[in-house]
Design a protein around this ligand. Structure first.
Ligand code: NAD
Length: 341
């Protein structure tokens, strides 16, 4: 059994991943997270007392703290989810993106090397491949598509991937990279398209849509991203990159209309707003490598996944209302404050 340091485990995908690992494997997990605005320990209340789960508050940029977490918990594997992840925020200010996404990754790679750990998996994104033309639907990102970064976010993620490649090449370390398309599902911070639109619609507020709404994204249910990461961890070839996607392209505006329809609301709630600067037009992932070489397939089609997701936000208003009001930040102090030195 592995002892895995999951960095960024209090965020959207990391918290879903921890529950996936605890539910589907016998591995132990240390959730190492500094708890930025995107980190929410309430995502993990149902596993808080699981014997194979532990939370450690720490920054991936702090090498001593990462080393201590690795030593104290007999860690043999690192999976790095920790990141600043919102493109809009990277446009407002790139520094934190470079600190966490690049310098933080460097620290983790240094610890991997110094401690001789058995595996490192970098959770990257399809955004490192830039944007695809709309008039060539046959074109998709493959693992050999050149890196072309258009936002400070994607530039920081691509830089981290290049660092991973260099540590693999120079030191022969056991490093894997996954590049996934847009995720959706429970516990996603309501600044991202799908939860934001659901929350606004449920609150009776206008739904802001960038530009003409014709940007295309390839959507994957978060549990399928988790199963893909576990598949790559178990069967992936060291040094390789694996694309992960749902073969499920949607115009943003059509997603928004679908959400409104499912919630029984009218399209008059849609409000077009000035486009994001440099907004990538189309992302589409070719996942044939992970499917053919490692035998992974997504378990959810979009119809089921979006239904599950909308129902979750309808049934868990308390969760996203607390996030939107900032109240979720008290959870750490209330539940961990007295237990930490
Ligand atoms: N959301 C998507 O659609 C998507 C798609 C492909 C890849 N990814 C990648 O997956 C990873 C997770 O994405 P997400 O949507 O769950 O992000 P998120 O923003 O919801 O969560 C990020 C987590 O990282 C933590 N964190 C940030 N800086 C840290 C630091 N310096 N030290 C320790 N922890 C820190 C935050 O507290 C938070 O819990 C990211 O690396 C992202 O680039 C996301």
């Amino acid at each position: 059994m592995k002892s895995i340091l999951v960095t960024g485990g209090a965020g959207f995908i990391g918290s879903n991943f921890i529950k996936y690992v605890l539910g589907n494997t016998g591995h132990s997990v240390v959730n190492y997270d500094v708890l930025t605005y995107a980190g929410n320990l309430e995502n993990l209340v149902d596993v808080e007392f699981n014997d194979r789960y532990k939370f450690v508050k720490g920054d991936i940029c702090d090498k001593d703290a990462v080393t201590e977490a690795v030593d104290e918990n007999g860690i043999d594997t690192i999976i790095n989810f920790a990141a600043e992840s919102h493109v809009d925020r990277s446009i407002l200010g790139a520094e934190e993106f470079i600190n966490t996404n690049v310098m933080g990754t460097l620290v983790l790679l240094q610890v991997l090397k110094e401690k001789g750990l058995s595996k490192y998996l970098q959770v990257s994104t399809d955004e490192v491949y830039g944007s695809l033309p709309e008039d060539k639907p046959e074109l998709k990102f493959t693992e050999s598509t050149p890196i072309t970064t258009n936002s400070p976010y994607s530039a920081s993620k691509a830089s981290a991937d290049l660092l991973c490649n260099s540590f693999r090449h120079t030191f022969g370390l056991p490093i894997l990279i996954t590049r996934c398309s847009n995720n959706y599902g429970p516990y996603q911070f309501p600044e991202k398209l799908i939860p934001l639109m659901i929350a606004k619609a449920l609150n009776g507020e206008d739904l802001p849509v960038y530009g003409d709404g014709k940007n295309v994204r390839d959507w994957l249910y978060v549990d399928d991203h988790c199963s893909a990461i576990m598949t790559v961890l178990d069967k992936g070839k060291d040094g390789d990159v694996y694309n992960i996607g749902g073969n499920n392209e949607w115009y943003n505006i059509d997603i928004v209309k679908l959400i409104l329809k499912k919630l029984g609301k009218g399209e008059d709630m849609i409000r077009y707003v000035k486009d994001r600067p440099g907004h990538d037009r189309r992302y589409a992932i070719d996942s044939s490598k992970i499917m053919n070489e490692l035998g992974w397939t997504p378990a959810h089609n979009f119809e089921d996944g979006i239904e599950l997701t909308i129902n979750w936000y309808v049934e868990n208003k308390n969760w996203w209302k607390k996030v939107m009001s900032g109240e979720y930040k008290n959870y750490f102090e209330q539940n961990y404050g007295s237990k930490m030195s």
